[in-house]
Design a protein around this ligand. Structure first.
Ligand SMILES: Cc1ncc(COP(=O)(O)O)c(C=O)c1O
Length: 423
């Protein structure tokens, strides 16, 4: 569904100030040209989110497709600027809404990164072409291999010696990629749970000590290793770029032992700000880090971001169910629980709650909670907002990635509308 309400820009009303040092909502850290208040109402692109909520109900995931494309174009531009030959795949696990995928496939600017046979069939159905799809899965079952082996133009990266062996038996003579484990991780704010390789042994990829065995298996089945792939973790920002350098340097050790490689896929993991003190990733520095690592190798660099493309393009619209003090804490209830956007509860990656229509009300510090019977069902604590009324619409920002895609029906609270904005 597309929303195209246009509301003229004007000054927003001033809130009364209560206790504490409330942030000025209309100039909050997360506002930007296409996500801001106009006449006191929050707009995403040209759409008035209060109107969207009235039309479709809450909870509702709303994502703005052009923002996703702009995010992708920013990456392409940064890599172009440093002269890196590159290829971009969108990791559809972050948000697989079919209308969004069809929109992206129709642009023909980026491919799709997928991690299961079902994602493969979904990406194809949404219009991505087989040769523009990169497949990197884990713990492949014989039935998974049976499905993927039917697609001989797919870019397949095998992540273990066993997958290499099984694939080689089925499809000898193919060009393949291997997923390596660089033994170094990276993630938002150093969060261990977001690291896919690092201090502890992880299930992702082949470690350097077993590379000779991987090469032997490939040789035995006449598989040519033309691609090296890794994904070291998620959510990294500038403060983690030195770790990215280390990850890339570690991959060079693998590359030096593989003579047929033409492409290095550095995975996704690029993060977006989640809190007021997070700065957006400096793409010039990011691209230079990549250029420095692979200068003179002649390799194409593939990147497969999920979050960076979709996270800040989407919000989850909810309504206030109640406000009530318990002991010294002011609770604010929403009609959406953590099951609709699990990253805040699982990984400590907040989706900040913001009012959709501004109120002249005193600022109150709330613990914002959802409607699922779990103690971890909290959206925010000590969070300053102008006191809303029950029924007010609250947007949870940064809900474009790993929200709808990871939702569960726990407590049978999994129902939510999905809206794609086209402008
Ligand atoms: C192999 C692989 N590539 C890409 C991604 C996308 O990561 P992100 O959304 O952090 O960019 C993931 C995420 O889990 C992944 O496992």
């Amino acid at each position: 569904m597309s929303e195209a309400a246009t509301v003229p820009q004007s000054d927003t009303p001033k809130e009364e100030k209560g206790d504490g040092e409330p942030p000025e909502i209309s100039t909050a850290w997360w506002t930007r040209e296409d996500l801001c208040y106009r006449t006191g109402r929050l707009h995403l692109g040209r759409s008035d989110l209060e109107t969207v909520a009235e039309k479709v109900g809450t909870p509702a995931y709303v994502i703005r497709a052009p923002r996703v494309l702009e995010n992708a174009q920013r990456l392409t531009k940064a890599l172009d600027a440093v002269g890196v030959r590159h290829r971009l795949y969108y990791a559809i696990k972050a948000n697989r809404t079919p209308q969004l995928l069809s929109y992206l496939a129709a642009q023909r600017a980026i491919g799709a990164d997928i991690c299961s046979p079902a994602e493969l069939l979904h990406a194809l159905a949404c219009g991505f072409e087989e040769e523009h799809i990169s497949f990197t899965a884990t713990s492949l079952a014989p039935s998974d291999l049976e499905t993927i082996s039917r697609f001989d133009r797919l870019n397949i990266n095998l992540d273990s010696l066993s997958a290499l062996q099984s694939f080689g038996e089925r499809c000898p003579g193919r060009d393949i990629g291997i997923r390596i484990n660089p033994d170094r991780g990276i993630g938002y704010g150093g969060n261990d749970m977001l690291q896919y390789s690092g201090v502890e042994a992880t299930k992702f990829g082949i470690y350097i000590d077993r590379l000779p065995e991987a090469i032997d298996i490939a040789r035995k089945h006449d598989l040519r290793i033309t691609r090296v792939h890794f994904h070291a973790g998620s959510g990294y920002l500038d403060r983690e770029l030195s770790q990215l350098s280390e990850v890339l340097a570690a991959s060079r050790e693998f590359l030096s032992r593989l003579s047929d490689v033409t492409e290095v896929n550095i995975g996704g993991g690029l993060g977006v700000p989640h809190k007021s003190d997070d700065k957006p990733l400096d793409l010039e520095r990011w691209a230079s880090t990549i250029a420095d690592a692979f200068a003179g190798t002649g390799l194409t660099v593939a990147v497969e971001p999920g979050d960076y493309l979709v996270k800040d393009a989407g919000v989850l619209l909810t309504r206030v169910t109640y406000a009530e003090r318990r002991r010294e804490v002011e609770f604010l209830g929403l009609d959406a629980g953590f099951n609709l956007a699990m990253e805040p509860a699982f990984y400590g990656l907040p989706c900040e709650p913001v009012p959709v229509t501004q109120r002249n009300a005193p600022m109150v510090r709330y613990t914002v909670v959802g409607n699922v019977n779990e103690a971890l069902d909290k959206w925010a604590e000590n969070h300053a907002m102008p006191a809303p009324e029950p029924g007010d619409v609250v947007a949870l920002i940064n809900a474009g990635g790993y929200a709808a895609a990871m939702r569960s029906d726990h407590c049978m609270r999994g129902t939510a509308q999905e809206v794609l904005l086209l402008d």
